[in-house]
Design a protein around this ligand. Structure first.
Ligand code: T4K
Length: 400
């Protein structure tokens, strides 16, 4: 049954906006009780008891020696990069959130952009090898969409070329690589606990590592370099997680299995709803590993769908479904990198192609099955009426 699309002047499918990244929130009473404890204790930040408790929970959950909780993953990346002593050039995929690149550039280290693989959207080890120069000191692999990148291949390259290897695991809390929790690869892995993530502390992040010295160094670095009261031994910053964030984290830990079940159910609902729509391909998630199913990723083939990814995003936004185009247009096309390396795209053909085709749909506990079915019906109707939809979008566009 075709539905009325608001692109043709009908009412939007949803009264309230549905967001990619709508936060998962655990038991409110438990959270409020923890915040109450915190207020009674009058210990609000600076390595408080909730932060320590959360770090211990992460250590046990991941099966890693150390968790150093931080105020967000961007600062966690900066601190890990600095503590590892990376300098010169570091290879990363361009197809990632801009924070991965900025965490390097912020400290005068050049991010060198490698291409990705079309099937995994993760960094292509062959492209990494091509980007190595005498100035390269490290590689940062990024585990995208909750699934691991090719850790073994990157480990081999790093060993062979004597480079440091760490991972941006912002998307991968709770996922595995070869049956082992992500958090145990390379010298260190960085999680994001941002509000939009599978597991959140509102703002937050952590570096996990099995290296005792590195963990000790990062603990000092996140607290200005203080080694004791009035004693600072080297340069640090303020990367501390506060107690409200940690209280949210402890509460959300209790909700983790539920969110995982919901995410998986949502993904399967999208799989059913999108099947058979020409030109729309749901990004496949392998059953061989645990995945947090944090993102629902769809690739649009304009030739088959009759609409571009951007046109479908316009359709969805008109219906109050705030689909996203992560990570369009790729870091290499954002500043300052676009001006610094205007021709980088020539070496990143897969990144350019994938970034132009991907759209993300809402998932998590802020959406339910009927809403997912409605989103799929909107997409199906739009594709089946692609000619009219394209005309309607063009008529909407301001004339230049
Ligand atoms: N590495 C990778 C690979 C990453 O993806 C990220 C972050 C990082 C590193 C750095 O982690 P953090 O330093 O942030 O810990 C959002 C998130 O802010 C960002 O954490 C995330 N990746 C990125 C993929 O998504 P934006 O710029 O898209 O945020 P924004 O404000 O547009 O929000 C995203 C959507 O979430 C919106 O549609 C609205 C919804 N939302 C957001 C918030 C904060 C809500 O519904 N409720 C909320 O409270 O970056």
């Amino acid at each position: 049954m075709p539905i009325s699309l608001s692109i043709f002047g009908g009412p939007p499918s949803f009264k309230n906006k549905l967001y990619v990244g709508g936060p998962n929130i655990g038991n409110r009473e438990a959270l409020i009780a923890r915040i109450d404890d915190m207020l009674n204790r009058r210990w609000l930040t600076n390595d408080g008891p909730f932060v320590k408790d959360l770090e211990q929970k992460v250590v046990e959950f991941i099966g890693v020696r150390h968790c150093v909780a931080m105020c967000n993953a961007t600062v966690a990346l900066e601190i890990a990069i600095r503590a590892l002593g990376l300098t010169g050039e570091v290879i990363i995929p361009s197809y990632t959130f801009i924070a991965t690149a900025h965490a390097l550039q912020w400290q005068q280290i050049t991010p060198v952009f490698a291409d990705i693989k079309a099937d995994t959207h993760c960094v292509d080890p062959d492209s990494v090898v091509k980007m190595i120069t005498p100035r390269t000191t490290g590689i940062i692999g990024v585990h995208l969409w909750g699934q691991a990148c090719d850790v073994d291949a990157l480990t081999e390259i790093a060993r062979w070329r004597n480079l440091k290897l760490m991972f941006d695991a912002a998307h991968a809390f709770g996922s595995t690589y070869k049956g082992r929790m992500i958090g145990n690869n390379g010298v260190a892995e960085v999680f994001s606990f941002h509000a939009t993530k599978f597991f959140n502390t509102m703002e937050g992040g952590a570096v996990v590592t099995n290296d005792d010295d590195l963990a000790a160094k990062m603990r000092l670095m996140r607290n200005f370099g203080f080694t004791g009261i009035d004693a600072v031994n080297y340069i640090g910053t303020n990367g501390k997680m506060n107690e409200v964030s940690a209280a949210m984290g402890l509460t959300n830990f209790e909700n983790l299995d539920h969110v995982l079940r919901v995410n998986r159910f949502n993904w399967e609902s999208y799989q059913k709803g999108l099947s058979g729509i020409p030109g729309l391909k749901l990004f496949a998630i392998s059953d061989r590993e645990k995945c947090n199913y944090q993102y629902v990723v769809v690739e649009v083939d304009e030739d088959l769908a009759g609409l571009t990814r951007d046109e479908l995003v316009s359709v969805l936004w008109a219906e109050n479904v705030i689909a996203r185009k992560y990570f369009w247009p790729g870091c290499h096309r954002m500043e300052p990198y676009r001006s610094l390396y205007p021709h980088a795209g020539l070496l990143l053909p897969v990144t350019e192609r994938v970034a132009a085709r991907v759209l993300l749909l809402p998932t998590g506990t802020t959406i339910d099955e009927p809403a997912i079915n409605q989103i799929c019906r909107v997409l199906k109707t739009a594709v089946s009426m692609s000619g009219e939809v394209r005309q309607a979008i063009q008529a909407e566009r301001p004339k230049t």
